[in-house]
Write a protein that binds this ligand. Structure first.
Ligand SMILES: *[C@@H]1O[C@H](CO)[C@@H](O)[C@H](O)[C@H]1NC(C)=O
Ligand SMILES: *[C@@H]1O[C@H](CO)[C@@H](O)[C@H](O)[C@H]1NC(C)=O
Ligand SMILES: *[C@@H]1O[C@H](CO)[C@@H](O)[C@H](O)[C@H]1NC(C)=O
Ligand SMILES: *[C@@H]1O[C@H](CO)[C@@H](O)[C@H](O)[C@H]1NC(C)=O
Ligand SMILES: *[C@@H]1O[C@H](CO)[C@@H](O)[C@H](O)[C@H]1NC(C)=O
Ligand SMILES: *[C@@H]1O[C@H](CO)[C@@H](O)[C@H](O)[C@H]1NC(C)=O
Length: 398
């Protein structure tokens, strides 16, 4: 049976503390621990301090939970027993479950637990194994214990829109069948969870709306994935130039702090890429002309960046394009006529730039937005003087 562990509420508190203090003191020496919600006793503070040291010293061992299995429990098969250990450890690592989703996570019938899905094993179809977890929109707070690595038959792991904090367990690397990983809209922190790159079956990676930070590993783009969603994190730096090696159909990098150029290798994604969203980063320089090779791209959004120069003529070759958004950059020059003649273009948004000419054809695109440019005779343009100053600046940057 599961053991009650009195340290969990502390651990969770610590999770919250780490998020709310956010580097206020680099070593977070427990002395200054004071929580608005209540006061910690010295003993608790000492515990947190010790726990924190352990936490940072040993990411492998320290986060395991101590689940003991009552010998009287009868399990369908050994893998269900392993799943029981994993799920009980997880239950111990959950500090708040307002919808009571894990309320019936007890007993040996793990396939009946809310959010747990079983299916015949791929290697032995005569037995059932845990093939999926779906706790989406659970509002659960806690963390992911290392024991989750025992769920070796897992194909889907969806915990979107919860309050899980901490990092992704190292033992996730044991999830050799994991196909879809959705950790989005939680409170995960730290570097890009490199363990996901070791999952041989992974196709769908969604870690958006967390607090991951640092650089994106090059290996991400060498991996055979179908979809990458890493938007709304704190990733920084240039995109690795092997971006074009990625066979994804959808990639969303929006709302991070990427900068530098859009890699020219982008053109190598023409066979597979349908959608790329780069909005709200710090991409500079111009768009590479290779972008024109993306003949299967339907959605391209690079709005809210710092692009300068003209839209490359080659954009007029992106024959599948339906949505094109280049708004809120420092683009200039004339819009190429070929862009506004793209056969499937439904929405062309190019407001808040410094364009000086637009072919009449552009006004025939079903939805278009040309406000706040330097377009003669068009309404809602920038003041002439503003346009001239910015234009000169933009040219200098080229
Ligand atoms: C786990 O529980 C067992 C049995 O109660 C105990 O002997 C062991 O010290 C515990 N381990 C940890 C790391 O707490
Ligand atoms: C949560 O669910 C369990 C099992 O369904 C039930 O026994 C328990 O009373 C519930 N707790 C709350 C707070 O609703
Ligand atoms: C847990 O709750 C779900 C949903 O209400 C139900 O389908 C399932 O049978 C319950 N499982 C157990 C072990 O009680
Ligand atoms: C595209 O792929 C080819 C062949 O793999 C490679 O030679 C070329 O350098 C790549 N192009 C870019 C721009 O990376
Ligand atoms: C990509 O576009 C080309 C040309 O429009 C088309 O022939 C091909 O079927 C498309 N491929 C996919 C995978 O959509
Ligand atoms: C066109 O795209 C812009 C930017 O993404 C969006 O704000 C606008 O609502 C879209 N227009 C239509 C009619 O979908």
């Amino acid at each position: 049976m599961k053991q009650f562990n009195p340290h969990f509420h502390l651990l969770f508190l610590f999770c919250l503390l780490r998020l709310s203090i956010t580097a206020a003191s680099g070593d977070a020496s427990g002395d200054s621990v004071s929580v608005s919600a209540g006061r910690l006793s010295d003993e608790e503070a000492t515990y947190i301090r010790r726990r924190q040291l352990l936490y940072y010293r040993d990411g492998f061992g320290d986060r395991g939970e101590n689940v003991t299995v009552d010998p009287s429990l009868v399990f369908e098969n050994p893998r269900i027993r392993d799943a029981y250990i994993a799920l009980q450890a997880w239950k111990l690592a959950i500090l708040s479950d307002p919808l009571n989703l894990t309320g019936n996570w007890s007993g040996p019938s793990v396939c009946d637990y809310t959010g747990v899905f079983c299916a015949p094993s791929l290697s032995d179809p005569s037995i059932r194994v845990v093939a999926g977890i779906d706790l989406n929109h659970g509002d659960i707070a806690g963390y992911l214990p290392e024991e989750l690595g025992l769920l070796t038959d897992l194909a889907l792991f969806h915990i979107n829109s919860n309050r899980f904090c901490g990092t992704v367990p190292h033992r996730f690397r044991d999830l050799r069948l994991l196909f879809e990983l959705d950790l989005s809209n939680n409170r995960f922190v730290g570097r890009f969870p490199a363990v996901v790159l070791d999952l041989p079956s992974l196709k769908f990676l969604d870690i958006r709306f967390n607090e991951f930070e640092g650089r994106i590993p090059r290996r991400l783009f060498d991996k055979d994935l179908d979809a990458i969603f890493i938007n709304h994190n704190r990733f920084v730096s240039d995109l690795p130039d092997n971006l074009g090696n990625s066979p994804v159909s959808v990639i969303v990098l929006a709302n991070n702090h990427f900068k530098g150029c859009v890699p020219t290798s982008l053109g190598n994604m023409s066979k597979t890429l349908n959608e790329i969203i780069l909005m709200n980063n710090g991409f500079r320089s111009c768009l590479p002309p290779e972008i024109g090779l993306l003949v299967n791209l339907t959605v391209f959004d690079i709005s809210f960046n710092e692009l300068v120069g003209p839209i490359p003529e080659t954009v007029g070759s992106m024959v599948s394009l339906e949505q094109l958004n280049v708004a809120h950059n420092r683009l200039s020059g004339a819009i190429p006529d070929s862009v506004c003649r793209l056969p499937s273009l439904q929405n062309f948004t190019y407001s808040y730039n410094f364009f000086t000419a637009e072919p009449p054809r552009c006004l025939a695109v079903p939805s278009h937005d040309d406000r706040r440019n330097c377009l003669p005779g068009r309404p809602s343009q920038r003041l002439a003087i503003h346009s001239n100053v910015k234009m000169r600046k933009s040219r200098k940057q080229l």
